[in-house]
Design a protein around this ligand. Structure first.
Ligand SMILES: Cc1cc2nc3c(=O)[nH]c(=O)nc-3n(C[C@H](O)[C@H](O)[C@H](O)COP(=O)(O)OP(=O)(O)OC[C@H]3O[C@@H](n4cnc5c(N)ncnc54)[C@H](O)[C@@H]3O)c2cc1C
Length: 453
């Protein structure tokens, strides 16, 4: 392996192993035996040929911001980091496409494209650290998904190194493709269990030049959630529609150290609502329509952010909720998603379940997508309460989610920590099909073993 990547890019020091032994999932750490940082697809392929021959477990690592434990090397072996595959290969302005290596930081890609008036919308709150390859690995979402879709809606074609070291392209660089099985979409969200994505072709669009943002307080968290579906029924599709319950915004304000708008004692929750486009007149009309809807749901005074500094400050609060929660306590992150009109009932179910099993939760998330992040706080819970009680509670919440047509992960993936719950959402036959697919790609079971299925 040293011959392939050179001495300096095969790491075995204790410090390097520790750095690559965790992601952002709870406080879990698993050490690999070595970390390789390949600089090309050919090097990834050569590494995989050795691992395949020797049956060495391989975990691919992007930015390590995952919340489901997908990048944890739970069986040791080799971590292959995408860090050096950090080149934007080609921006095709004529066809609105970009070809990129997987190690480019999401925000760097977005900013580079923006300079050319191009827009790649999926923007996980971790975009300052996550890699575009990791976003493909988890089929990431983010606030803009509500209008523009998640990563899968933007991926056209992928270069993939298979577990045996062979290199394939999954599709074509076209907007339409009805040619054979859709390997591209199979690889998106496969969390490094089927192969290593080494190049990505994404579709782009013109960058919206205008946006308006409003922060809306509610005296009841359920009313805030109920207003969400009504906004869409009014005919407006916001480009962001985020929910934060009281603790979420309070902790974010404390973590960030400032807020452009005071949070009043009586506010139980907030919606952060953005509209974007190219014509300010139509955005103002959209905001008027949204305001009329919100007033029917007993909202407080709506705060409009019309200058860039205030917009940035409000988004900063929302994007820092997870960090703020982590500073307060170790937590389990549940990534529940339901049809959006079911959101108020999901929130109610989460709180009832928390009371039953004695855990506290902080809820926030991409309300427009029906995607509620439930952060269950470890706080002072005993080991039994944390490992057994919380697990029972989570099962109950997930069963409820399934019963209303939802599922257990909207954007973070299954990885390690959600795997025990997969039987809630898939039948034995469905799971068997997935295991068979895994076996076709990875007959020796070396790619991210112990993850997803
Ligand atoms: C503060 C915070 C906020 C977040 N907000 C959001 C959000 O709004 N929306 C959202 O969707 N997620 C969010 N996340 C979760 C996380 O950032 C995403 O899951 C992200 O897509 C992970 O990217 P990464 O590069 O860090 O991947 P990693 O954590 O390194 O890896 C994630 C998975 O992808 C696999 N993988 C990585 N690279 C490749 C590759 N090249 N080929 C094949 N498989 C690969 C890994 O093996 C692993 O299974 C947040 C996380 C944090 C900490």
């Amino acid at each position: 392996m040293r011959d392939i990547v050179s001495e300096s890019y095969l790491l075995t020091t204790e410090q390097a192993l520790r750095e690559h032994g965790h992601d952002e999932t709870e406080d879990l750490v698993f050490l690999p035996e070595a970390v390789a940082l390949p600089g090309s697809t050919a090097e990834v392929s050569a590494l995989m040929k050795i691992c395949y021959r020797e049956r060495i477990p391989v975990t691919v690592r992007g930015g390590g911001t995952g919340l489901a434990g997908g990048a944890l090397p739970i069986e040791g072996g080799l971590v292959i980091s995408m860090k050096r595959l950090d080149r934007i290969v080609h921006i095709d302005t004529r066809n609105f496409q970009v070809t990129t290596q997987p190690g480019v930081v999401t925000e760097t890609l977005q900013n580079t494209l923006k300079e050319k008036g191009l827009f790649y919308p999926p923007d996980p709150s971790s975009r300052g650290w996550s890699f575009i390859g990791g976003n493909v690995g988890t089929n990431a979402g983010g606030p803009k998904a509500v209008k523009y879709g998640v990563v899968k809606d933007h991926v056209l074609n992928l270069e993939v190194v298979l577990p045996n070291g062979e290199v394939i392209w999954t599709g074509s660089n076209t907007l339409k493709n009805s040619t054979g099985y859709n390997l591209t979409q199979l690889l998106v969200g496969s969390e490094g269990t089927l192969g290593i994505v080494t190049q990505i072709v994404l579709k782009l669009q013109p960058y919206p030049t205008q946006s308006l943002l409003m922060l809306v307080p509610f005296r009841s968290a359920e009313s805030a959630c109920a207003a969400v579906a009504a906004i869409f029924q009014s005919g407006v599709t916001p480009s962001g529609l985020e929910f934060m319950e009281r603790n979420a915004i309070d902790w974010a304000v404390r973590y960030v150290g400032e807020t452009p708008v005071p949070i009043r004692e009586e506010d139980a929750a907030h919606l952060l609502i953005e509209v974007d486009g190219f014509h300010m007149d139509s955005l103002i009309a959209d905001c008027e329509t949204i305001s009329r809807v919100l007033n029917e749901y007993d909202c407080g005074e709506i705060f409009f952010a019309d200058d860039d500094a205030t917009k940035t400050a409000l988004w900063k609060l929302r994007r820092n909720v997870a960090h703020a929660v982590k500073r307060n306590s170790v937590y389990k992150e549940e990534d529940t998603v339901v049809p959006r009109a079911e959101l108020p009932f999901l929130l109610q179910k989460v709180k009832e379940t928390g009371s039953k099993y004695g855990f506290e939760s902080v809820c926030y998330g991409h309300a427009g997508d029906g995607n509620l992040h439930v952060n269950i706080l470890r706080g002072n819970l005993s080991d039994d309460a944390w490992n057994i009680g919380v697990t029972k509670g989570v099962r109950e919440i997930f069963k409820y989610v399934k019963s209303v047509g939802g599922t257990i992960s909207g954007e973070h993936g299954i990885g390690l920590v959600q795997r025990p719950y997969l039987d809630i959402v898939f039948s034995k036959t469905e799971l068997k099909l997935m295991r068979q697919i895994k076996k076709v790609f990875d007959p020796k079971g070396i790619m991210n073993p112990g993850k997803v299925i």
